[in-house]
Design a protein around this ligand. Structure first.
Ligand code: SF4
Ligand code: SF4
Length: 111
């Protein structure tokens, strides 16, 4: 899975200067990430994708989904985060659920 530049890009060219592999190019005035050069910044000194981290727009530079369902779930997650005005709604929900479940399980085992 590599990163890609979307229609939200405002052509600031910041990502071109920070990409450690030179994967981002300007072709016919459009910014484009060469999937053969993009390493997701893995193996570089960076711990996060530099293009996405520095992009001044929210969605100018995003991770390309592995498949249809990856993309679908990403969009769904973003909508839920927006609607609930909370980041990582499902992670929070799952953490709360598993905590409560463990407590219930403990009560049953002990009690
Ligand atoms: S940093 Fe974001 S807005 Fe700037 S050129 Fe790259 S993708 Fe476009
Ligand atoms: S994820 Fe890293 S290697 Fe890939 S395009 Fe962005 S900055 Fe370059």
């Amino acid at each position: 899975m590599t990163y890609k530049i979307t229609s939200k890009c405002i052509s600031c060219d910041l990502c071109l200067t920070v990409c450690p592999t030179g994967a981002i190019k300007v072709i016919n005035g459009e910014r484009w990430i060469d999937p053969n050069l993009c390493t997701n910044c893995v193996g570089s000194i960076h711990t996060v994708a530099q293009c996405a981290a520095g992009c001044p727009t929210c969605d100018g530079c995003v991770k390309e989904p592995l498949n249809y369902w990856d993309g679908w779930f990403d969009s769904y997650k973003k909508s839920i985060d927006k609607l609930t005005k909370k980041d990582n709604y499902w992670e929070r929900w799952f953490n709360r659920y598993s905590k409560n479940y463990s407590q219930e399980l403990k009560k049953k085992v002990v009690g």
